[in-house]
Ligand binder design. Structure first.
Ligand SMILES: *[C@@H]1O[C@H](CO)[C@@H](O)[C@H](O)[C@H]1NC(C)=O
Ligand SMILES: *[C@@H]1O[C@H](CO)[C@@H](O)[C@H](O)[C@H]1NC(C)=O
Ligand SMILES: *[C@@H]1O[C@H](CO)[C@@H](O)[C@H](O)[C@H]1NC(C)=O
Ligand SMILES: *[C@@H]1O[C@H](CO)[C@@H](O)[C@H](O)[C@H]1NC(C)=O
Ligand SMILES: *[C@@H]1O[C@H](CO)[C@@H](O)[C@H](O)[C@H]1NC(C)=O
Length: 452
């Protein structure tokens, strides 16, 4: 890692809004009072591998950004774009209609969105052999990015830095968190690393698969016959994982999803109380592939880049950012990202969470009640497998109810914490917690980052 090249590019939101509305200087626009500073750039993390990041400085009317934490958000897939989906559909300052989001995390933290692994979102590779193929490559690429980021943004070196994540992003967050902890101790990266939050995360995929049947059955979404079919294929996934046949396990995972679709009249894996949304044009165009991996990729990545979001990112956003190569489109390499990680997809990383806990890093686990793909029961199952010596004390505790609206009696979540482990059971949320329960997600962010 040589000295980082620092960019001086400092664009601002109003330029985008002016662009959209065709307004010239001096026009009055209805815009939140404290529009913030933002910067973005590429970091070449390896030969032919260019990673895109986008930083928003916190915009709190009473606090300077330097008094608030910095949060990096990692999307799932692998191949889902943090600068696209996480930013515009979940926690960023604007929603996908470019309207201000009431529950944006920007009021309580500066936000760093990174499109990783390379090939995701606006990140791209120049050679097809430059994609990451396993977690350790994902982690080492991110270390290059973070070193460059903190070297160039010294104003964030003292600010508490948290990694929040969703789905496959949780697996990456665990690996990145552990490596970052080491790098900070060795002094190679200067930052105030303060913890990881693993949302509906891919820590032990097989534990999710094994609880699909019982969960759906208890929710009246499977009958006895359906339960038997789902359990049968789940057992086969378990066998493959136990033998270390991870590619086979990935294929069987896809098969299990199809068995569920058939038996539940197409339940939405991301929120069981809704139906699967109709396929986008992009999905349909891939439909002629008979390859099960492509189907699996569709299910895991395509929902993160629907047509509308794709148009936004490749339209006004690309124009605003200016540095995206003309010949490259947001999301164009996403399915390659997913397929290159095929052998890694089903590998558990429970031991990494153990190492984080042992090292004293704060670990938060949060999960949406209505998520199927990474259901809460599965999360509790891998949690019980931790070797952390404080685990029995954690399990002895009773949970507490949380209310996102202090004036309401409606329970928003349950919560438990002991030493450096915390668990949030988020009610009425599916896989994408901030998307479904913005208020509660914001409250959780504030709790995790010691603001309430
Ligand atoms: C906010 O903090 C930064 C970094 O500490 C400092 O340079 C800047 O002057 C502060 N801004 C205000 C308005 O206090
Ligand atoms: C956002 O907050 C404003 C003001 O409190 C409110 O009028 C509006 O309905 C909220 N929007 C959403 C989508 O909740
Ligand atoms: C790398 O890929 C980008 C995006 O497609 C392209 O714009 C750029 O010219 C390529 N660079 C080289 C050296 O091939
Ligand atoms: C990290 O952040 C905490 C909380 O703001 C602060 O007390 C501490 O001094 C910071 N540590 C470093 C090394 O900057
Ligand atoms: C880590 O968690 C403990 C226990 O909840 C808390 O006291 C501490 O402030 C947290 N540290 C950071 C940096 O968030």
């Amino acid at each position: 890692m040589g000295p980082a090249r620092c960019s001086l590019l400092v664009p601002r939101w109003p330029s985008l809004l002016s662009l959209l509305l065709g307004l010239g200087a001096g026009a009055v626009v209805d815009w939140p009072a404290q529009e913030g500073k933002e910067v973005w750039d590429y970091v070449t993390v390896r030969k032919d591998a260019h990673m895109f990041w986008w930083l928003y400085y916190a915009t709190n009317p009473c606090k300077n950004f330097s008094e608030l934490p910095l949060v990096m958000w990692l999307q799932g897939g692998p191949g889902g774009s943090s600068t696209g989906f996480g930013n515009f559909e979940e926690i960023g300052p604007l929603d996908s209609d470019l309207k201000p989001r009431n529950t944006t995390w920007l009021q309580s933290a500066s936000l760093l969105f990174v499109d990783n692994p390379v090939g995701t979102g606006f990140s791209y590779v120049n050679k097809s052999n430059a994609y990451a193929t396993d977690l350790s490559m994902v982690v080492s690429d991110m270390m290059v990015l973070l070193k460059s980021f903190f070297d160039c943004h010294k104003e964030f070196q003292m600010v508490p830095f948290y990694i929040f994540s969703e789905s496959y992003g949780g697996k990456m967050a665990a690996g990145i968190g552990l490596q970052l902890h080491k790098a900070v101790q060795e002094g190679t990266i200067k930052c105030n690393f303060s913890g990881v939050a693993l949302g509906d995360s891919w820590i032990s995929p097989v534990d999710s698969v094994l609880t699909w049947g019982p969960y759906l059955y208890s929710m009246s979404l499977l009958d006895d016959k359906g339960l038997a079919e789902v359990s049968e294929v789940a057992e086969r996934v378990l066998n493959a994982v136990n033998k270390g046949f991870y590619r086979e396990a990935t294929r069987l995972w896809g098969e299990a999803e199809m068995v569920i679709e058939k038996n539940t009249d197409g339940v939405n894996f991301y929120n069981i109380l809704t139906k699967r949304s109709p396929m986008s044009a992009m999905e349909s165009s891939l439909d002629f592939f008979r390859n099960s991996l492509v189907r699996l990729c569709q299910r895991h990545v395509r929902h993160l880049q629907g047509d509308a979001l794709s148009q936004l990112m490749n339209g006004v956003i690309k124009k605003k950012l200016k540095i995206i190569p003309e010949d490259f489109s947001w999301g164009a390499q996403a399915s390659n990202v997913f397929m290159n990680m095929e052998g890694d997809f089903m590998k558990p990383v429970i031991s990494i969470v153990d190492e984080l806990l042992e090292a004293g890093v704060n670990v938060t686990v949060y999960n949406g009640q209505l998520d199927l793909i990474v259901g809460t029961m599965g999360q509790e199952a891998w949690l019980r497998k931790l070797k952390w010596r404080e685990l029995p004390r954690f399990h002895e505790l009773k949970w507490k109810a949380l209310y996102s609206d202090p004036k309401s009696l409606e329970t928003s979540a349950f919560f438990k914490s002991h030493e450096n482990l915390a668990f949030y059971w988020i009610l009425r949320a599916g896989h994408m917690v901030p998307y479904d329960q913005g208020d509660m997600a914001l409250k959780m962010l504030r709790m995790v980052t010691q603001q309430e």
